[in-house]
Design a protein around this ligand. Structure first.
Ligand code: MGD
Ligand code: MGD
Ligand code: MO
Length: 670
């Protein structure tokens, strides 16, 4: 019998080789990955699990009573409907709402929420979010989009005003190698949970965090994990843990800054050259502005960390090459912008941003491909077309949007109005997994006329839809794997026959556009394979121009994983540090803003400041809130994806997620 060959494939949590055997999909991690993720083991269940959807489903009440706001959404049974009929019904509803080949000046998509936030799957063509956006732009002329992310919104927005474009700037800094080779002290707010660094949007072929941390430790680097949970950082020689009360990092950072200022340890030359507004911040630190000096004693009462520990940490940071990392987690909170801004300021006071291994990072502890060199060639992407509606919400305003048509709100100091949403279309996300306050979310989802969801499995969001289209999973389709800062392009040949019933998102959208009379515009006459060849051509041309191996598309898909070149061009931050006047940051002053007028105009303090969470005010905290819940990312899976997979199930007890309690609290309560 001939050996069944392994073929390459990709997921957000790693590159792998797989083959279909009678026992199921057999998976081997990519040999070039120094630290493959255990959650690769979730993938085989994707093909076989009974949670897979196999037929289009329509909610009974919607079928019988027609579209419209309905509190029964999410509480009613579904009727299985044959594909052709379900597509006809969905297309007719979209036509009723204005979709079609001849769109008016004011696009009907102004009533369609297509933000469709979510991670989808790896694979550049079948990326569900790109597909749904392209479809809505074609069918409705646009849609109400969403900006920012559940990952990093408050932090990204504040840094966009005080530092520049944080996410793209962070992707230009090769921090991991610098940390491995140069850092002497790594202070990690939120820790450095390597389990989270398994993941990167689009793929992560080389997990470098653990080996880099080990290399740094072997050199004698010291680590301080500032986090409420002990296992937010791997056990390493030279590791100290500091566990402030969650949500109080700003007080800790301010006290560290106060020590630097009071003891003459702040780098004035750096602050003068690269920042603006330090003096106004200083008046807040030393108490001139509000009568309270932000001393370690002041912070000790808020954070629960002894004043001496804070003072020592600050002095220690000033005495050596120090890197300050802030995990996204810290900003996923009320006034979550403050710890991120305060960390930026603290690092600026240390004056080490221009030195290898020193300075500040946001996201290095949260997303796998942050801190790797940037690619020198463009990656394949599916063009999404033009969104003529121009309207958007900040992503986590979805429930407010649906419930308050016409109401005003502010975003970055600008007053905007919520649209009147009649249709919600979601593909590649699970809002009933990712949004907070689910009762309110359910009420919000009762408001539109119609909700359409594509997914491969019966998620909570699918249950809150009117029309559900079942779709394929990555092993069932061919695609191209690629991700920003990941130095490999991965052919993803189809690994398994699709189970009976589901279709590719692209085929669903193609069939709908045919019924809406806009198939030519949506497909441009290309099959999925022809699109992939078209998308690949851009990367191939760039490779050929550099005289690098550039196989044609068929060879690429048949061949192995293709290495991509990385750039040695200096980052925006390096250019800025070389000459701040010639290469200003994208902030109003061109410098890092320690005091920022735009932030103050938007209604916040003009510099980082401690603002106690409102539920703490006037409360005897220990009596009213004896526990704080940390709802962090799951170790055994990516968000809700493949929850039924082997790695995910192994983290559960009796099929349920585990909540942990500090043993000291457990003993105290018997
Ligand atoms: N309590 C709490 N909530 C959180 C967070 C937290 O820390 N705590 N973290 C937040 C963060 S940072 C994020 S990014 C969000 C994540 O929120 P999401 O990105 O919405 O979560 P996922 O589970 O990745 O949802 C992806 C969905 O897409 C489906 N899917 C995968 N591939 C395809 C495909 O090819 N086609 C289609 N149509 N569907 C596909 C999957 O089955 C899954 O249902 O959650 C946020 N919510
Ligand atoms: N395995 C796995 N990895 C993932 C994901 C996943 O679902 N599974 N999701 C990915 C995504 S989309 C994102 S955006 C990132 C998110 O990355 P993060 O937001 O950084 O991840 P979290 O796990 O929410 O938080 C990391 C740690 O921060 C600590 N923390 C929470 N609150 C505070 C606080 O107030 N102060 C301090 N000092 N620490 C605090 C918690 O103990 C927590 O374990 O993770 C990515 N990585
Ligand atoms: Mo995220």
């Amino acid at each position: 019998m001939t050996e069944i060959p392994f073929r390459p494939h990709s997921s957000h949590w790693g590159t792998f080789h797989a083959r279909q055997t009678p026992e199921g999909l057999e998976i081997r991690p990519f040999e070039g990955d120094p630290d493959p993720s255990p959650i690769l083991a979730n993938i085989p269940a994707a093909l076989t699990h009974p949670a897979r959807l196999t037929q289009p489903l329509i909610r009974r009440g919607w079928l019988e009573r027609g579209p419209g706001p309905d509190p029964m959404r999410g509480r009613e049974e579904f009727v299985a409907v044959p594909w052709d009929e379900a597509l006809d019904i969905a297309a007719a509803e979209m036509m009723r709402l204005g979709a079609g080949p001849d769109l008016p000046e004011t696009v009907p998509g102004a009533h369609v929420f297509g933000g469709s936030y979510g991670w989808s799957s790896a694979g550049r063509f079948h990326h569900a979010q790109s597909q749904v956006h392209r479809f809505l732009n074609t069918a409705f002329g646009g849609y109400v989009a969403s900006v920012d992310t559940y990952s990093s919104a408050a932090g990204s927005v504040i840094l966009s005003m005080t530092w520049g474009h944080p996410i793209s700037m962070m992707m230009e800094q090769p921090f991991w190698q610098d940390i491995a080779e140069e850092t002497e002290l790594l202070i990690a707010f939120g820790g450095m949970p390597v389990r989270n660094l398994a993941v990167s949007p689009g793929g992560n072929s080389q997990h470098v965090a653990r080996p880099s941390l080990k290399a740094a430790a072997a050199r004698g680097c010291r680590f301080v994990s500032v986090s409420p949970i002990a296992d937010d950082m791997d056990e390493l020689p030279g590791l100290t843990r500091i566990a402030p009360r969650p949500g109080t990092d700003v007080a800790l950072m301010l006290a560290m800054a106060q020590v630097l200022a009071a003891e003459g340890l702040a780098d004035r030359a750096y602050l003068d050259r690269c920042t603006t507004g330090y003096d106004r911040f200083l008046a807040y630190l030393d108490g001139t502005a509000d009568g309270t000096a932000k001393t370690p004693d002041w912070a000790a009462a808020i954070t629960g960390i002894p004043a001496g520990t804070i003072r020592d940490l600050s002095r220690s940071a000033a005495a050596r090459r120090t890197h300050i990392s802030v995990a996204y987690a810290l900003q996923r909170a009320r006034n979550g912008e403050q710890p991120v801004w305060a960390a930026m300021v603290l690092a600026a006071m240390l004056g080490q941003n221009a030195r290898r291994g020193g300075g500040f990072s946001y996201g290095l502890a949260s997303i796998g491909n942050v801190g790797k060199p940037k690619l020198a060639v463009p990656l394949p992407t599916l063009p999404q077309g033009e969104n003529r509606s121009g309207d958007f919400i900040p992503v986590a305003r979805i429930a407010e949007l649906l419930q308050n048509p016409g109401k005003s709100y502010t975003y970055k100091g600008e007053t905007r109005d919520y649209a009147d949403i009649r249709l919600v279309y979601w593909a590649g996300g699970n809002p009933f997994h990712h949004h907070q306050h689910l009762d309110n979310m359910r009420a919000a989802f009762s408001r539109p006329d119609t909700v359409i969801v594509h997914d491969s499995v019966g998620t909570a969001s699918a249950r809150h839809a009117d029309i559900v289209f079942p779709v394929t999973v990555t092993p069932e389709r061919a695609d191209i794997g690629a991700s920003a800062n990941d130095p490999f392009l991965i052919p993803m040949p189809q690994l398994a026959e699709p189970i009976a019933g589901p279709r590719h998102d692209y085929d669903v959208f193609s069939a709908l556009s045919e019924r809406l009379g806009c198939a030519d515009a949506f497909t441009e006459g290309r099959s999925a394979e022809e699109w992939q060849a078209w998308m690949y051509a851009r990367t191939r041309t760039a490779l050929a121009e550099r005289q690098l191996p550039a196989p044609d598309f068929a060879e690429f898909m048949e061949g192995g994983i293709l290495e991509l070149p990385v750039t040695d061009a200096p980052s925006r931050l390096a250019l800025f540090h070389a000459d701040p006047d010639a290469h200003p940051l994208e902030t109003p002053s061109g410098k890092m803003e320690i005091y920022c007028e735009a932030v103050e105009a938007a209604g916040l303090p003009g510099h980082p400041a401690w603002m106690p969470p409102e539920e703490w005010l006037g409360a005897d905290l220990a009596a009213v809130h004896p526990f704080q819940l940390v709802a962090n990312q799951p170790r055994g899976k990516l968000h809700s994806q493949l929850d039924f997979g082997a790695a995910s199930m192994a983290t559960k007890r009796g099929g349920r997620e585990v909540a942990r309690m500090n043993p000291a609290d457990g003993w105290r309560r018997g």
